[in-house]
Design a protein around this ligand. Structure first.
Ligand code: ADP
Ligand code: MG
Length: 263
């Protein structure tokens, strides 16, 4: 028996009207993700990853197709998924704690209750001692932890993370990946993760979806069946390398067609 999808995209398309004409940002995209899976999207800049997230989060009404969550049409509905935007900014005038409770506050949880819920999480997940500081006092990695915890505290099963570690140095990024996997297994969330980093996508995911551009679309869904927990050295295994090569092949193919088009 197939488990019903937690999140399903049925032929989601997006066309932007621009002064230069109609721009097809997303060709019909179809995807089904079961509860608790960690799924990545990779693809060249401008292939519509953030647009797809905006559609899933209900911030953008798609030109066609449907977003279905738990079997129910959720197209254009906000608040059904937790969403960490690519340019996620913590509010500089709020402490780390009060940034993390923002989602709960919006959902109507009284402040003291929200703080009581958030404090143990901040302490358990690497922000002990930072609760009452302002974001400007934190390192890049710490800020991303706070932003991610804030996203997680939205009471939703699905979370969308748009290049959360894109601006971090290599060492911090590896630490954040382990940290995120810990959270993912503790909270049993369904995660959709956008990254530019192929190794990051494979290492973290149960499935990598490779996208191409003009129009944005998924060209291949690659399952990653490597057992968890995954040691870091897994990146050197034949299975991992084979997946990486396939991703590169697909991304390079997209690159060629882009050059042909521009020529
Ligand atoms: P990605 O996140 O994969 O880099 P985006 O989803 O941000 O790509 O953008 C996909 C394409 O759609 C880009 O070419 C971008 O310029 C275009 N685009 C995004 N938002 C708009 C908009 N509101 N109006 C017009 N074009 C847009
Ligand atoms: Mg983007």
């Amino acid at each position: 028996m197939f488990a019903p999808a937690k999140l399903r995209l049925d032929d989601v398309s997006m066309t932007f009207k621009t002064p230069g004409g109609v721009f097809p940002a997303l060709a019909p995209v179809t995807l089904a993700i079961t509860q608790g899976r960690f799924v990545s999207l990779i693809g060249p800049s401008g292939c519509g990853k953030s647009t797809l997230f905006n559609v899933i989060a209900g911030l953008l009404e798609p030109s066609g197709g449907r977003v279905v969550i738990d079997g129910v049409d959720a197209t254009g509905m906000i608040g059904r998924v937790g969403y960490m935007l690519q340019k996620d900014l913590l509010l500089p005038w709020r402490t780390v704690l009060d940034n993390v409770i923002l989602g709960m506050e919006i959902q109507g949880v009284p402040l003291p209750a929200a703080r009581d819920r958030a404090l143990p999480l901040l302490r358990r997940y690497g922000l002990a001692g930072f609760e009452h500081l302002y974001p400007s006092a934190l390192s890049g990695g710490m800020r991303q932890r706070a932003a991610l915890l804030r996203t997680l505290m939205f009471d939703t099963d699905v979370i969308l993370l748009d290049e959360p570690f894109g601006a971090l140095d290599a060492q911090t990024k590896l630490q954040m990946q382990e940290w995120l996997l810990q959270l993912w297994s503790d909270f049993s969330k369904t995660v959709v993760f956008v990254t530019h980093d192929i190794e990051e996508a494979i290492y973290l995911s149960d499935e990598v979806n490779v996208m191409a551009t003009r129009p944005g679309r998924i060209v291949e869904t690659i399952p990653v069946t490597i057992a968890r927990p995954r040691p870091r050295s897994v990146t050197l295994s034949p299975e991992f390398i084979a997946i990486k090569e396939r991703c590169l092949e697909l991304l390079t193919a997209g690159h060629h067609s882009f050059i042909d088009e521009a020529a």
